[in-house]
Design a protein around this ligand. Structure first.
Ligand code: ES4
Ligand code: ZN
Length: 324
């Protein structure tokens, strides 16, 4: 099973690039940029990664991003992730970034996007890994800030395939961003949103209805609504599930209790993803292994996760044939 998972080509659709910042690089960038971090060592940083829920993680995660200042920092961050992709046999990845985490600190939008996209161009050439970039709005910030961010993205439309919605789900429902997403769709962006991670199944309905999403990020709480589960199966609406993340943030108590295999059995287009691998203890292969160790899965079921991810990806229809 281990060998099969190692060798399986993988496609990642739910990865926050800021969440791939390993403690070692965090320290290196803190020194290089003379930014203070409240830890003595990379080991001490890791020891602090004990989360009780989504918010307890986000507080630490936004703090970690403070070491990212220059274009080269965003390049280094992204290149390190792409090298991990190579190791994990990831052939295509769709990367989230959170512009507001940086622009709110005075880092220009173009510094962020140029650093990320330079690493992705190099990864395509030197590692043979294809990619797309999705820009997420922070849902704890207001609509005005999201509209401003959308405006800032327009000159980089050729580099950004879609917009997403992340951060604190509770208290920040999809409807808060309905008008922003409508404008983004009109501008030609695809849309996705985190929904049904910590928030109720209703957020999944609303992300589909009000935000016009092509995929639901997480979506595991759909299980609480039988009608919704049928609708998701029927429409093949993809769910980008992040197993290790869900355990770390206590969405499920144990991997054995995770519903990913139930959802697969019910015919949903579920995929396996790493979310914030530097914080949650694993990249793509680790996530596949963790699921397969807790749930009996055949090789063809494991391969189905990759087939689902290709189906759910923003790879163009003509190119998709080359991935199957
Ligand atoms: C996130 Cl796990 C998760 N949920 C919501 N927003 C996020 N941003 C980064 N990781
Ligand atoms: Zn996420």
């Amino acid at each position: 099973m281990k060998d099969f998972i190692n060798g399986l080509p993988k496609v990642e659709l739910h990865l926050h690039i800021e969440g791939s910042l390993e403690p070692e690089l965090m320290f290196e960038l803190a020194t290089r940029n003379q930014v203070r971090i409240p830890f003595e060592s990379p080991e001490a940083v890791r020891a602090a990664y004990q989360f009780t829920n989504l918010q307890s993680f986000l507080d630490i995660y936004y703090q970690g991003a403070n070491v990212l200042i220059h274009e080269q920092d965003f390049y280094d961050l992204t290149w390190a992730y792409m090298l991990r992709c190579k190791q994990d046999n990831v052939i295509h990845t769709e990367i989230f970034f959170d512009p507001q985490t940086h622009t709110e600190r005075g880092i220009p939008f173009d510094t962020v996007i140029n650093g990320i996209s330079r690493a992705l161009d190099q990864a395509k050439k030197e590692l043979g890994i294809s990619s797309q970039i999705i820009m997420c709005f922070l849902r704890h910030l207001d609509e005005t800030s999201a509209f401003k961010t959308l405006e800032e993205a327009l000159p980089f439309k050729d580099k950004i395939v879609g917009v997403g919605l992340d951060s604190s789900e509770q208290g920040n429902p999809p409807e808060k961003f309905a008008r922003v997403f409508k404008t983004a769709l009109q501008a030609g962006f695809k849309t996705v949103a985190h929904a049904g991670e910590e928030g109720p199944a209703q957020n999944i309905y609303d992300a589909i209805e009000m935000l016009g999403v092509s995929r639901v990020d997480h979506g595991v709480r759909c299980i609480e609504d039988e009608t919704l589960v049928s609708q998701l199966a029927e429409s093949r609406m993809p769910l980008t599930v992040c197993p290790l993340s869900n355990i770390k943030l206590k969405v499920f108590k144990t991997m054995a209790e995770h519903n990913i295999t139930d959802l697969l059995d019910k015919g949903l287009c579920v995929t396996i993803n790493s979310d914030d691998p530097a914080y949650f203890g694993g990249y793509m292969t680790d996530n596949f292994l963790a699921v397969a160790q807790a749930h009996p899965l055949s090789n063809s079921q494991l391969a189905q996760f990759t087939l689902n991810a290709i189906e759910a990806s923003f790879i163009s229809d003509e190119d998709k044939a080359n991935y199957c």
